[in-house]
Design a protein around this ligand. Structure first.
Ligand SMILES: *Cc1c(COP(=O)(O)O)cnc(C)c1O
Length: 394
């Protein structure tokens, strides 16, 4: 079948929950993707912040193939080597102490919510605890994750959510303070808001929330699903601020393409929250997924990738800043490392479609923002090539 025929078949077989771009990607190599007709694309999306090391990475592929030939799945009722390895490496990278592996980001958020509720329940025996989340946040599509997502458009048709969620404004400490009471069990936000428009937390905000959480014994939960795993030039974005959260969520680049997420916490929270029987998953933490995560951590160590994110990320920042200064319809430029956004005063779908025609893959965040989340291995030459095509499309 041709590419066009596959697209038509897809529209008959798959539930229409996405307005998809008219392309079938067939294979990839490094920062390049190829569609079914063999057309080459420069990828500045990385499967939305997933494929950190680029496509068809031999070391990564070989690790997965070796694990497939050993064992793909057991149950969480037994131990397995890749899960132990991956957990140890995530602990080291994050500075946290206890790890639970999930299949997705949304499930990591679910686990973090349950952790916070159980932690508070063990303190006062009550079942009416509240979580403070942020407006314009995005935490996933399951009911719990949706309930803490600060975008009414995503939530409305599916109300009621899990309840007892309040929304403050990102980077507005007073708005958080105003919502805290004796029922508050957690304050949850993305260290860099992704889907909501690439808003990094300010130093003052993240440190202020840390202080509030310490004063009131509230858990600080940072969603690092998109901004973590090296994307800001730090292994986890909170490390840039020198702040330690009580609980984090991670996914996306954790498996670099194999579905895996995790929530992790301090020893104190681990000892005082979820216990045997409180939480579980069939696939979560299985040997194949954990072999991927384990190899990903190895590759962060054995390569200079964080250095590349910092240096080439700064270069990307300069280039995008140039565009921002030159074009009147670009109203803002935000972000750090390889999570940056250009905000326009109009929808960006046309620009993205034009870029795709010219062999550049870009993605939006909301309707008016182009989000730049390339594989972490992109070079300055790749940034230049992206910049030239994007400039043509504007
Ligand atoms: C993608 C994302 C999620 C949801 O992850 P899924 O794997 O799609 O469930 C949650 N939080 C943030 C910040 C994300 O970017």
């Amino acid at each position: 079948m041709t590419q066009k025929e596959y697209i038509d078949e897809a529209e008959k077989a798959l539930l229409h929950t996405y307005n998809r771009y008219q392309v079938v990607f067939d294979h990839g190599d490094g920062v390049k993707l190829y569609d079914m007709d063999g057309k080459e694309y420069l990828d500045f999306v990385a499967g939305i912040s997933v494929f950190a090391f680029g496509y068809n990475n031999k070391e990564y592929n070989d690790a997965l193939k070796a694990q497939i030939d050993k064992i793909i799945h057991t149950s969480n009722y037994y131990y397995n080597v890749p899960a132990v390895e991956a957990a140890k490496k995530l602990k080291e990278a994050s500075g946290l102490d206890r790890v639970f592996f999930t299949n997705s980001g949304a499930e990591a958020i679910e686990g973090a919510i349950k952790t916070a509720r159980k932690y508070a329940y063990l303190k006062d025996g009550k079942t009416d605890h509240e979580i403070i989340a942020m407006e314009h946040s995005f935490h996933g599509r399951t009911m719990g994750a949706l309930s803490v997502t600060g975008n009414p458009k995503y939530r409305e048709a599916f109300e009621p959510g899990i309840g007892n969620i309040k929304f403050a404004r990102m980077n507005d400490l007073e708005s958080v303070k105003a919502l805290i009471n004796e029922k508050t069990c957690a304050i949850l936000f993305e260290t860099v808001q992704g889907e909501g428009g690439i808003y990094p937390a300010t130093d003052e905000f993240i440190k202020g929330v840390r202080k509030l959480c310490d004063e009131h014994d509230i858990l600080m939960i940072l969603d690092e699903i998109q901004c973590g795993m090296g994307r800001t030039g730090y292994m986890f974005a909170y490390q840039k601020y020198g702040v330690k959260p009580d609980v984090i969520t991670t996914a996306k680049a954790l498996g670099c393409g194999v579905p895996i997420g995790a929530f992790a916490m301090t020893e104190k929270v681990g000892q005082n929250s979820l216990k045997a029987g409180d939480h579980g998953t069939t696939y979560g933490g299985n040997p194949l997924a954990c072999a991927a995560a384990s190899k990903v951590f190895d590759m962060f160590k054995s390569t200079e990738i964080l250095k590349n994110v910092k240096e080439t990320g700064d270069y990307l920042y300069e280039k995008l800043e140039m565009l921002y200064n030159k074009k009147n319809d670009i109203v803002a430029h935000r972000g750090i490392g390889f999570i940056q956004g250009l905000e326009f005063d109009h929808p960006v779908a046309d620009i993205i479609n034009k870029a795709l025609e010219k062999g550049l893959v870009l993605i939006n965040a909301g309707t008016n923002i182009i989000r730049f989340v390339p594989p972490l291995i992109v070079s300055k030459a790749d940034v230049d090539a992206m910049f030239d095509i994007l400039t043509e499309c504007l």
